[in-house]
Design a protein around this ligand. Structure first.
Ligand code: ZN
Length: 165
């Protein structure tokens, strides 16, 4: 059964909650923490297509409340709009760990552009060096090129360095 809050849909998946639609001030993200199991909340964000500035504020509130309640958040299949927020606003990362995420690729051979899923653990070494994993084109099989700046797009994976003082 789909739980709809504003323009966001929440569906139960195996051991996770699948979010789809848009995140805004009506999403009530903090209430999702009540759905954590054993101190872990797992969110699948593949279907999230948009987040507005009030949604970002709500998201940050969810992260800080998760910290207070000692709830870890695992983010799976994070969509590109959410990755952009994680990169721009450090407060959106909070207590969460990204397990996998979508990234933009383009094929020089056939022109296809596609958002492809990257598993963080499987590509840990390359990502730590800000190298995009090689991906075959689903259309023609040629190797696709990463279609953003790796140092920008992967910056959410780089741990924050605590500032001295
Ligand atoms: Zn191609």
């Amino acid at each position: 059964m789909t739980d709809t809050r504003g323009r966001l849909n929440i569906d139960a998946g195996p051991g996770q909650w699948n979010l789809s639609g848009s995140i805004d001030e009506t999403s009530g993200l903090t209430e999702l923490l009540a759905r954590a199991q054993g101190g872990l909340l797992v969110l699948d964000l593949a279907g999230v297509t948009f987040i507005n500035s009030l949604g970002v504020r709500d998201w940050i509130r969810m992260q800080s409340e998760a910290g207070r309640q000692h709830i870890a958040i695992e983010l799976r299949r994070v969509s590109e709009p959410i990755i952009h927020q994680l990169n721009m606003i450090i407060g959106t990362r909070g207590n969460s760990r990204v397990a996998s995420f979508f990234a933009p690729y383009a094929c020089d051979a056939c022109g296809r552009e596609e958002s492809l899923l990257i598993d963080v653990a499987a590509n840990a070494v390359g990502l730590a060096n800000l190298v995009a994993p090689a991906m075959p084109c689903p259309e023609c099989g040629a190797q696709m090129a990463f279609n953003d700046f790796p140092e920008r797009y992967f910056s959410f994976l780089v741990p924050e360095t605590p500032r001295p003082g």
